[in-house]
Design a protein around this ligand. Structure first.
Ligand SMILES: [Zn+2]
Length: 467
C-alpha cells in the first residue's frame, strides 16, 4: 500500500469512527452527500447510467432511480464503468491468471469474481479509494469495536496472528481482500495469513496448529468442521476472536463453534460488489455501514418491505466505489431490517441476512471412512472452470455427486463439462476420494423448494438414493 493509500485508510477510519459516534444525523448527512455525488458522477462518466437516467430530473430521490441487475451489468460491462480503460476482455484476461490474485488490474484497481446467491458469475472492479475504505471499516467496526481489554490481551499474546480460512485458487473477494490486508494492515494488525479451505481437513488442522491464530475467520461451514476438530482434540488453538461471513450460521452450528472456541462470534456481511459493509456488534446485532452503503430490502417487484419482514431481495447502493457505480443493484439476498435500536448504542441500522445455505457433503472413501467437503471449496472448483455460467452440485449417494451445469453462450458445453469433471477429479483425488462418481444432471437448475432461493451445493440422500 502506498503512503497515500495508507493515509486515506486512516482518514476513512477517523471519519467512520466519528460517524458511529455522531448519532443517526451524522450517518444520514454522510449518506445523503455521498449519494448525490455518486449519482452525479455516474451520470457524467458512465454511458450506461447516463442513458438510463436521461429522462430523470437533476435532483432525484434514490427511490426514483431504476434498479440494475447483475445480468444487465455483465451484458453491458464496457458501458457500465466510468473508466473507458476498464473492459470485460481486459478484466477477464487479468482474472484468468491466478498468479495475479491480490495484484492490481491496470495498476490501480482490484478485480473480484463471485457467483453470489443468484449462482450467476459476476466480475467487479473496485478502485483504490473503495479498497482503502473497506480496510478502514474492517479496522474500526470489525476490530477496534471488538477489543475488550481481555480480548486485546489475548490477541497481542498470540502475536495478533489472523487466520483466514477461505476458498483459494480464484479471485474471490475474501482471499483477495486478505492478500491486500496482508500488505496493508497497519502494525500491529498485519500478521494475516490465508488458509485454503480446498485442502483436506487433516492438513488444514495441522497448519492451524502450527500457526496458532489470535483471530480465526472463515465461512460458517468451515468453522463448524474446525469446531468439531477442536472438540475432538485434534485442533488445539485458542483464538481470542472468531469471525464468520458469507453463509448463514445455523443456531446449532453457532453453539458448537462457541463450545469449541468460546464466544461471542463476530459476523460480517459483504460481497464482491461491496466488501465487508456490515459488521456484527458485541450485542449480537449486524450493523450496516449506512454512511457508505444503502441497503433497501424489497419484494419481487422492487417495492420496499417494511422493517421486521424478510425481503425477497435487497437493493445495494455502494457509495464508495466510483469505477463501476452500483446504484440500486439487485444483490439477491433476503435481508430483514430490524426495528428499534440496538443495545450497543450504534446509530447504524441493524439487519438480519438469510445468507447462503449450502451444505457440507460427507463422502465415503474406498475403505468406508467419511470425508467432509466444504461447499465453498466444491463451488469454487466448479465455478472457476472456464465457460461455467451457473451450476449446482448435489450429493445423491455416499459416493456420487451429480452436477447440473449451465454454460455461457460462447462456450462449448462438452468442453466445459470435461473441464469441470477434470477439476473435480483432481480435487476428489486430493481428498482420498478417487471412487466418487461425478455424473451430469440433465435436469434444469432448481430453486430451493422452501426458501425459493438458489443453492449451489447440498446433499439429497433421502428416499431412493443409491446405497
Ligand atoms: Zn449493536
Amino acid at each position: 500500500m502506498t503512503a497515500i493509500n495508507r493515509l486515506k485508510l486512516l482518514g476513512y477510519a477517523a471519519d467512520a469512527w466519528r460517524a458511529s459516534h455522531g448519532g443517526p444525523a451524522a450517518v444520514a448527512a454522510r449518506q445523503r452527500a455521498r449519494l448525490a455525488e455518486l449519482v452525479r458522477f455516474a451520470r457524467g462518466r458512465s454511458p450506461l447510467y447516463r442513458e438510463r437516467y436521461r429522462h430523470l430530473p437533476a435532483e432525484i430521490d434514490l427511490r426514483a432511480l431504476p434498479p440494475v441487475t447483475k445480468r444487465e451489468l455483465m451484458a453491458d460491462f464496457d458501458r457500465w464503468g466510468t473508466d473507458p480503460a476498464v473492459t470485460r476482455a481486459g478484466v477477464e484476461a487479468f482474472l484468468a491468471d491466478e498468479r495475479l490474485v491480490g495484484r492490481q488490474y491496470l495498476g490501480r484497481y482490484v478485480a473480484w469474481t463471485s457467483s453470489g446467491i443468484s449462482g450467476e458469475r459476476g466480475v467487479f472492479v473496485q478502485d483504490a479509494d473503495a479498497v482503502a475504505l473497506y480496510g478502514a471499516l474492517t479496522l474500526v467496526r470489525g476490530l477496534v469495536a471488538w477489543m475488550t481489554p481481555r480480548r486485546l490481551w489475548g490477541m497481542l499474546r498470540l502475536g495478533d496472528r489472523v487466520a483466514n480460512v477461505v476458498a483459494t485458487g480464484g479471485h474471490y473477494v475474501s482471499a483477495s481482500m486478505m492478500e491486500v490486508a496482508r500488505r496493508n494492515r497497519p502494525w500491529p494488525f498485519d500478521r494475516v495469513r490465508v488458509f485454503s479451505a480446498m485442502r483436506p481437513l487433516p492438513a488444514l488442522v495441522q497448519e492451524l496448529n502450527e500457526f496458532q491464530p489470535a483471530e480465526l475467520i472463515g465461512y460458517p461451514t468451515a468453522l463448524t468442521l474446525l469446531a468439531g476438530e477442536q472438540l475432538a482434540g485434534r485442533l488445539a488453538i485458542r483464538p481470542a476472536l472468531v469471525g464468520y461471513g458469507g453463509e448463514w450460521l445455523a443456531p446449532a452450528a453457532r453453539r458448537r463453534i462457541i463450545a469449541a472456541f468460546g464466544g461471542p462470534v463476530r459476523e460480517n456481511y459483504g460481497a464482491s460488489e461491496c466488501a465487508r459493509f456490515a459488521w456484527g456488534c458485541l450485542r449480537g446485532g449486524l450493523h450496516v455501514s449506512a454512511d457508505w452503503a444503502i441497503l433497501e430490502p424489497v419484494d419481487e417487484a422492487y417495492r420496499p418491505v417494511p422493517a421486521g419482514e424478510a425481503s425477497y431481495t435487497v437493493l445495494l447502493t455502494n457509495l464508495a466505489n466510483r469505477v463501476q457505480p452500483l446504484i440500486r443493484y439487485d444483490l439477491g439476498d433476503s435481508v430483514t431490517l430490524l426495528p428499534g435500536g440496538c443495545a450497543c448504542g450504534s446509530p447504524l441500522p441493524r439487519v438480519r441476512v438469510e445468507g447462503r445455505r449450502d451444505e457440507i457433503v460427507y463422502l465415503e472413501t474406498p475403505s468406508g471412512e467419511v470425508v467432509p467437503l466444504l461447499p465453498l471449496a466444491l463451488a469454487s472448483v466448479v465455478e472457476e472452470a472456464a465457460g461455467v455460467q451457473r451450476y449446482q452440485v448435489v450429493q445423491t449417494g455416499p459416493r456420487t455427486l451429480r452436477v447440473r451445469l449451465e454454460t455461457t453462450a460462447e462456450a462449448d458445453g462438452e468442453q466445459v463439462w470435461a473441464a469441470v469433471t477434470h477439476r473435480l477429479g483432481e480435487y476428489l483425488d486430493a481428498h482420498g476420494l478417487p471412487m466418487v462418481r461425478v455424473e451430469r444432471g440433465a435436469e434444469a437448475l432448481a430453486r430451493h423448494p422452501l426458501s425459493g432461493k438458489f443453492r449451489q451445493v447440498w446433499a439429497e440422500l433421502g428416499g431412493g438414493s443409491p446405497a
